[in-house]
Write a protein that binds this ligand. Sequence first.
Ligand code: GDP
Ligand code: MG
Length: 330
Amino acid sequence: MASLAPPFDVSRLASGIRAGERNVLSRAITLIESKRADHRCKAAALTQALLAETGKAVRVGITGAPGVGKSMTIDALGSMLTGEDRKVAVLAVDPSSRRTGGSILADKTRMGRLGNNANAFIRPSPASGTLGGVAAKTRETMLLCEAAGYDIVMVETVGVGQSEIAVADMTDFFLVLMLPGAGDELQGLKKGVVELADMIAVNKADGDNVVRAKAAAAEYRAALHILAPRSPNWTPPVVTYSALTGDGVPALWQHVLDHREKLTASSELAARRGEQQVKWMWAMLEDRLFAPLHSDRALKAALPRIEAEVAAGRLAPASAVEQIAGMLGK
Ligand SMILES: Nc1nc2c(ncn2[C@@H]2O[C@H](COP(=O)(O)OP(=O)(O)O)[C@@H](O)[C@H]2O)c(=O)[nH]1
Ligand SMILES: [Mg+2]
């Protein structure tokens, strides 16, 4: 669309976002996602300009094995919340995604109700890149959504792997979804992911599955019992619900609100967000400092030789670092 094409005017973008204009929000996210150096400067100026208007949303991360019902759950929760006059933004972290690929389109169809809702804003994951890069863009997008007046931001993990931790690191509440009929293994999820859970919710507790869902929930309750809790102020509940019928969806959300109340009262929420901000700063700085390793042609050409010499014992690691650092400094 020609009218939405660059150049980007930071102050106009900022005022459009403050006014809640969706097309401006979309355009600003395009700026955020751009890899161009001049765009990166403008994007930083934009998030800085909007900083005072950010931070107000309830940030919820949602993870679980493919097919567990993340998208359908977001549709059910989002429809309920927009029905209460809340504004809901839905973002995703998927380092493997391609804009034209299937996962996002399939997701949109699972969010049929929310997709057509004027109070909902759904943005697919930034196109593929490093997990750190994709997560950073999603974080900045979240800030823009908050400035645009979205009260609730839900971030879905689409890819499997490290994206769960990245999403837990950018949200206030980390929701881990499970299927009925568990078995003793935690359905392929890494123990580290379950340790981050603020709640485990067993989906598809409908029809013949209700009993199996309850049994799975009991197992997860026992499993959680032996893990060290993430927070001194919160014991992660284990619930069953159905995104399909809506049974248990209001109760599920009530836990999110209870968690918020407890962590706000104890100042843990502010502390958690503060730590996340600092972590984010270091992650971005690391990306920035390492960028020449990928973009500097001379350096890129020299690295395999340096590595081979280190491996063969002809070059001391310390000398190699001196060489690389010298090239980086240029
Ligand atoms: N019976 C039942 N099926 C569900 C429920 N939630 C999702 N599904 C189905 O499970 C499949 C995967 O759902 P989806 O939301 O795309 O999962 P995602 O990959 O985790 O995002 C779809 O075919 C849904 O229709 C539920 O509560 N009950
Ligand atoms: Mg999905």
